[in-house]
Design a protein around this ligand. Sequence first.
Ligand SMILES: NC(=O)c1ccc[n+]([C@@H]2O[C@H](COP(=O)([O-])OP(=O)(O)OC[C@H]3O[C@@H](n4cnc5c(N)ncnc54)[C@H](O)[C@@H]3O)[C@@H](O)[C@H]2O)c1
Ligand SMILES: O=C(O)C(=O)C[C@@H](O)[C@H](O)[C@H](O)COP(=O)(O)O
Ligand SMILES: [Zn+2]
Length: 370
Amino acid sequence: MSRSVKVGLGARAYEVVIGRGLLDEAGARIAPFVTRRRAAVVSDETVWRLHGERLAGALERAGLAALPVVIPPGEQTKSWAGLADVSDRLLALELDRGDLIVAFGGGVVGDLAGFAAAIYKRGIDFVQVPTTLLAQVDSSVGGKTAIDTPQGKNLIGAFHQPRLVLADLSVLDTLADREMRAGYAEVIKYGLLGDFAFFEQLEARGGEVLAREPEALAAAVARSVEMKAEIVAEDEKEAGRRALLNLGHTFGHALEAETGYGEALLHGEAVGAGMALAFRFSARLGLCPAQDAERASRAIAAASLPTRLSDVRPEPFPADRLIAHMGQDKKAEGGRLTFILARRLGEAFVAKDVDPGPLRDFLLSEGASP
Ligand SMILES: NC(=O)c1ccc[n+]([C@@H]2O[C@H](COP(=O)([O-])OP(=O)(O)OC[C@H]3O[C@@H](n4cnc5c(N)ncnc54)[C@H](O)[C@@H]3O)[C@@H](O)[C@H]2O)c1
Ligand SMILES: O=C(O)C(=O)C[C@@H](O)[C@H](O)[C@H](O)COP(=O)(O)O
Ligand SMILES: [Zn+2]
């Protein structure tokens, strides 16, 4: 059984289909979006080795040629060099606007292939086939595509919506536990930012989601996608409410930049720590009850995600370096910092013009070095 969530964007609306076994139906589901019967499948080596045959077979059964563009796994490929490599290989395939790109992998592949699709011949259609929990609940939906640069995370990119998202829950069977936990951070995010009842369900049944119990997993993915679809449909280009999806990311992206975008700290782990910090910062500013901040932290820690700077690494992060990274955040305006802060569990809000003084004091109180 599959469920479908619509991202209501008028002429660019699309469905996110969630269910087990969708990979085997991918050809029939994707074919209506390809006029020239060719699909370039951008994937990473791990995903392609584990699941490539299944996807390619399904595409071929529907009469589509599957042209693999396989890249090394890991955040490092979401870079200028990675973008050049993928673009060159798409050009070598002589892909044209009647063809399609399929982003088959986690958020790294989705963001990179999606950005390549946005700029290749000034824009070509693409479909997301997300294979990590994080990609299924978050990155495959909403059209944010980007690469990282030495200056910061996702600083070069474009909004480019997919034509379809196929989230096959069965591919998560092969995902490492650490990657499940990282993806789960973005799941808790939805509860924390806007749905207290969902947060309470995750407190009670989060372990079942992490253990991939089919019903709990399907329900958590579906609720996450519903929330993201609703927010994106209202504010596609982050003029306002969409920024709530950035809860934990101003802190999190700074930690990712400081740790060098890699295995040391996965994006979802950074978001886990970032959300705990955002709640404690809100409490310190008197905006949110301290017990809500503690409860948010407990729920994040229950998934063995970091909630403190010292959980990320033992040596202190220099406060001023973290604040400098935050200045590169896309929500910052004219050097003034914007944060997503909390009023309570299930209610986040956009706080513009956050004073760096109290922020620095807060980071020092959290163990950052002067
Ligand atoms: N565009 C957005 O809205 C958005 C939202 C959230 C995160 N992101 C981005 O997503 C990226 C993180 O994505 P991610 O956490 O999916 O990481 P990822 O794409 O690096 O995948 C994690 C690891 O899991 C492996 N993998 C993927 N699917 C697998 C499977 N089914 N079985 C076994 N191994 C599998 C990959 O090879 C990789 O080693 C970050 O760059 C982040 O900035 C983007
Ligand atoms: O879709 C969004 O909007 C999000 O903010 C989702 C985030 O989880 C994601 O990590 C996103 O890439 C961060 O956005 P950015 O604009 O800060 O790069
Ligand atoms: Zn994120």
